[in-house]
Design a protein around this ligand. Sequence first.
Ligand code: ADP
Length: 334
Amino acid sequence: MLLSTIAIDYFFVPPLRSFAINATDATYFASFIVCALVASWISAAKKEDEEALRETRDQLEVRVAERTAELQRSNDELQESIEQREKAQQALIKTQGELAELSRFLTMGELTASIAHEVNQPLTAVVTYGRACLEWLSAAPPNLEEARHAARTLVQNGTRAGDIINRIRALFRRQAPAKDWLDLNEVIRESMIFMREDAGKHQITLRTELAVDLPRVNADRVQLEQVILNLVMNAVDAMRGTGSSSKEVVIRSHRESSSEVLVSVEDSGVGIAPEIAERIFDPFFTTKPQGIGMGLSVCRSIVESHNGRLWAVPGHAKGAILQFTVRIDSREER
Ligand code: ADP
């Protein structure tokens, strides 16, 4: 700018070829200098802006590169953790299989111990009363009355041991259930026929409240009857000793959800104490003097083989409700 001002002054502003300026041309020269200054200022500002822009772009590029590297890193980490998770899942499935196997062994072990314990009691009694019987017979004179009593007790205990074995055999007879399309209400009504007389003997009435729109279920008729009979028999047992005025067992059926039908058996008996609520389903758990304690455990395994659940809740007023669900097959729904 300085050079062009000097050149303008020297070559174009009179007097020519001299650095002096006439008074008349001073305004012209001054306006040239102002214009030159403004042009120079604009060009400097533009250059500065371009410089800043370039710097910002460079910074942005650096940050983008950094972020890309970070993303790549976390992607790698994610990939690695997915692989680890898959490996852990495989290990879990394997462990679960091993655990199931182990628990089967343990259950078998526990069950064998319980069976041995249960059968041992009546067998010990058989031996004791057998010996006593022999002694009463070999006395002089033989005490026939005592010998008869010992022999009777011996037979009772022998029968009890046989009953236990039969129940266990029934439990472990791993026959595939003979499934059929059943009307659960009909199964309940049929089961009631077997029970009415026995309940009547103890002044207990059986009442049914059956839903009319129950869909059919794909199930084994005999097994479901066995479950219902067992639950009703337990309900009758629970009310036998009570002095309750209205002794009634109510058997209900209704559609529990879109996929399940529920059957419940309610009594107004002694009820189930909370501390034994889950134990009643254990094999050989019983509170009855003549009980075997296999009924509910067998019922539960039957219900579960029909993809259902069996559980107990307190009765509406008193007593207990034992209830189970049976799954409705989706084909039936269609
Ligand atoms: P068992 O009838 O031979 O005792 P179960 O497995 O059928 O064997 O029943 C186990 C126990 O559960 C019974 O001894 C009883 O204590 C309890 N129980 C079952 N049903 C009822 C009920 N409706 N009310 C009260 N207690 C019950």
